[in-house]
Structures are given as C-alpha cells and as structure tokens.
Design a protein around this ligand. Structure first.
Ligand code: 5AD
Ligand code: SF4
Length: 474
C-alpha cells in the first residue's frame, strides 16, 4: 500500500483476518457451512458511522463463517450501541435484556456489545457486573478485535471488556454493504471539537483522516460494484485532511471522486459550520454529481448558547454561510440538527432558534431535547432546563417546522426528479421509496427490479412529512 502519509495511525488487521479464517475453518470441519452455517445477527443503534461500522462487523462475521439470520436462530449476536442521548442507551439495555431469553434457550450463544456506549468505562463495567450473559464488550476502536473475542468466548476462556483507547484506522476489513445502491464511505473517524454537550470525542477519539488514495480506491470499487450513491462519512468531514501530509481537503476530495467514471452521486455528512469553507459550498453548487442537499447542524439560534456549547461560531456567521449557499445554489435543500433545552437556554434564546428556522427555511430538521451525558462539561452546568420547559419548547419547534416543511415541499409539486430507488417503503409495502436532491424520500408505485437504480418521477402530492411521485415514461 502506498504510504505517503506516514503518520496515518493504522491497526494491523492481518491477525484479525487470520483469526476469522481460523474460526471459519473450525465450522467447516464440522460441516457447518452454507445452509448449515451458524447464524449471526447484528442490532445497530445510532448514526451512519455506526451503520458503517456494523457493515464491517457483518463482514467479519461472514469471514468467520457465520451467515445472516434472525436473532432467535443466531449463534452470534452483536449489538452496536450509541451513547449520544440517554434514550439510545436505554433502548440498547432493553434489547440486550431481550436477548437474554434467547441465550437461556441456547447457552452456546455468544453475545457481544460494541460501540459508543460501551466505550465509556461505567457502561462496560455495568455489562461486566450485571449482564453475565454478555460474553464481551469492545470499544469503537476495536472492531478488528471481534474475531479474537469470539474465539476466546468459544473456547470459554473468560469474558472480556475491551477499552483500548487506542484509536487507529482499520484498513482492509471485509464489509457487507446494505442493499439499494447507496453506500457509506467513512473518510475519517473521531472528533476534535468537544462541543460541551457531546459524548462523541470521548468515545471515538481524535480526528483521523483516511488517506485519499484508500478512499478513492474504495469509491472506485463501490462504483464498479454498482453503487449509485456514495455518502462520505465523518463526525466533522469539513476538517478532513488536516492531519494528513498531503494537501487535500473535503472539497478537493469530493472533486477527485466526482472525476471518477460512472453514473453515481455523492453526499457527505456531517459538516461543522465553523469549518464549512466557501470552496466546499462551491463544490456542492457546481459539481453535477454532488446532491444539492447540505446538512449543516446549527444546534441553536442563540449566539450565547452556541458559545456555551463551544460551537465556535455565532448565529450571524452561520446565517452568512446559508446566505452564500442559497446564492450559489438557489434550489439547495437544507437540513440541520437542533438541541432544545441546553443548560441556561432562556425563552429569548429559544425564540432566536425559532427565528433561525423561519429565516433559513430548512427542508427538514433533526431536533433533540438536551440529554446530559456523564463526563461532558454541559452535564455539570448550572441552570439545567426543567423537562416540562424543554418539552413545551420542543413541541413549539416541531409545530413551526411542520409549517415550513409543507411550504418547502410544495416547491417540488409537479416537478420531475431523478431518484435513487432505495427499497420498499417502510410504511406501505406496496410502495417503493426513492431519494433525490430533496431531503425527504419520495414514495411511488414501482417494481422490485427498480431497487438500486435511478428512476425519473413526477411529484404528484406533497405533505409536511411525505411526498408521492409517479414514474415518468421516457
Ligand atoms: N443531547 C441532545 N442531543 C445531542 N446531540 C449530541 N449530543 C446531544 C445531547 N447530549 C445531537 C446534536 C448532534 C446530533 C447528532 O445529536 O444535535 O448534531
Ligand atoms: Fe459532537 Fe460537536 Fe464533534 Fe459533532 S462536532 S461529534 S456535536 S463534539
């Protein structure tokens, strides 16, 4: 492998792959292959980064000789957890509790828990003390260790609770991609920003960028494999390349990928407003292969709250980016993340967030009630907002955004849009779901052979939350 960026911290995955193959050979010896192979099941919580990690966990499970199955039929269950809010942690505890019953029926079942939640010492300890049927936990930097943890569990050599705090990049792990033509491509890992509410920097380590040549090689392989959409992933993709020796940034990386042959498109997430360069905005506006959608988390419309969140931009700076983006690309779809009820948030601060929504007119927002995370500075701040106040504000935020969504979606009525057909609609299995430049998916009647391909739709109805289309005949 070309080693131009000497300081890219890489793990040695050779031992992991050897161990996985050793496990597979053991199954093969017992005739446990093909339909007879032991089952694996993976439950994933949280963000796209976790979904991408779970694709690598699936890749490792299949290399170990397991085949995908329902949890009841599995010999290996892996739970990839999220720690961003209390709710996500509760859900993980609850599902792991349910897996206990499967383990009672099948004592040979191996249950492993990984991800952000168990990268926190107090959570790993909880599994150690109170969940005896969990064989091992592993931190976000230790996915490549899973085969050795499985092997140890098979040989009944004791339970393991791994927190290495040795965050490196694991190149070359096998991957089982999701269906539907859209693929995740992690371009960097970790976060350096330490927003005061956020647990991520404590559970995913500092920023590490993958080498551009590794990313391009993966993008080429994905396209050759039929991928129609590639989403570049990282906690803050706008700082991509800062730790590399090469002169590369997110804008030049996207340009390099756009230059690859093929009918595909590119998305990227997540962006941090303090690092969103005009060069990146220009790339979005001018490159045909880049989807005209920008996800730019604002978190709050109040500069004072942003200061206490350690976001390092003001509401005015944020609006400046939005204005430039709209000027360069008038039809851009904008989405954001908002936290309601951050400690010390006053009625005035909250009004400023509502005003931000009115001014920007997002196509969609992802809004969250602030959830204190142990170990983060905001959890220690005075003036925690009472739940009833946060709840009331949250409702007002959603009501305002509903009106804005309806208005924004209306602009698509009667338009022809090219969408990538992602699969069968989750709410109506007689319909398919496709995604175009707009933030919202479009539902339409089609045939399963369309999944994973681009189709042209005419938008025939829109609501605040949904859009329907009809296939345009050529
Ligand atoms: N409470 C509520 N929301 C949070 N987020 C991150 N940490 C917290 C927290 N402690 C939200 C932010 C971030 C999104 C992924 O999750 O809005 O952008
Ligand atoms: Fe968390 Fe802020 Fe990093 Fe995003 S940029 S992962 S919100 S610390």
């Amino acid at each position: 492998m070309n080693n131009t960026s000497k300081h890219v911290p890489e793990c040695d995955v050779t031992a992991a792959l050897d161990c996985a193959r050793r496990i597979a050979a053991g199954f093969a010896k017992k005739g446990m292959v093909s339909d007879n192979a032991p089952g694996y099941y993976i439950e994933t919580f949280g963000c796209q980064q976790n979904e991408a990690d779970s694709e690598r966990l699936a890749g490792l499970a299949e290399l170990m000789g397991y085949r995908k199955s329902a949890p009841e039929d599995a010999s290996l269950i892996l739970v990839n957890t999220c720690a961003i809010r209390e709710h996500a942690e509760k859900k993980a505890f609850s599902i792991i509790g349910e897996f206990k019953h499967i383990r009672e029926k099948n004592p040979a079942l191996i249950i492993g828990v990984g991800g952000c939640m168990v990268t926190q010492r107090h959570r790993a300890d909880k599994f150690k003390m109170s969940y005896p049927y969990v064989s091992f936990t592993f931190d976000t930097g230790s996915i490549h260790l899973v085969p050795s943890l499985v092997e140890k569990a098979m040989k009944k050599r004791g339970r393991s609770f791994v927190i290495t705090e040795d965050y490196k990049i694991a190149e070359g792990l096998p991957t089982v991609r999701r269906e539907g033509g859209a693929a995740w491509l992690s371009i960097m890992y970790g976060c350096n920003n330490f927003c005061t509410y956020c647990i991520v920097p404590y559970v995913r380590g500092r920023e590490r960028s993958r080498r551009p040549e590794d990313i391009i090689a993966e993008a080429k392989a994905l396209i050759a494999d039929g991928a129609k959409e590639i989403t570049l992933l990282g906690q803050n993709v706008n700082s991509y390349g800062r730790d590399l020796e090469e002169d590369v940034n997110i804008a030049s990386l996207i340009r390099m990928i756009c230059a690859l042959e093929g009918d595909f498109r590119i998305r990227f997430m997540t962006s941090h407003p303090k690092d969103a360069s005009d060069e990146l905005l220009r790339v979005v506006a001018t490159e045909d292969k880049v989807v005209k959608h920008f996800h730019l988390p604002v978190q709050s419309g109040s500069t004072e709250v942003l200061r206490r969140m350690n976001r390092r931009y003001s509401a005015e700076h944020y609006m400046g980016i939005i204005d430039r983006l709209k000027e360069m690309c008038p039809d851009i779809s904008l989405t954001t993340d908002i936290i309601v009820g951050f400690p010390g948030e006053t009625d005035e601060d909250f009004e400023a967030t509502l005003e931000m929504l009115r001014r920007v007119e997002y196509d969609m927002i992802f809004s969250f009630i602030y959830s204190p995370r142990i170990g983060t500075p905001a959890a220690e701040m005075e003036d925690q907002v009472p739940p009833e106040v946060s709840g009331e504000r949250f409702k007002r935020l959603l009501a305002l955004q509903d009106e804005i969504c309806e208005k924004r979606n209306a602009r698509f009525l009667g338009r022809r849009v090219k969408v990538l057909v992602e699969g069968v609609s989750k709410s109506d299995d007689g319909m398919l779901t496709g995604r175009g430049d707009m933030a919202r998916p479009v539902h339409f009647k089609g045939t399963p052979d369309m999944i994973g391909k681009f189709v042209e739709l005419e938008i025939v109805s829109v609501g605040a939350y949904s859009m329907e289309g009809e296939i345009c005949l050529p």
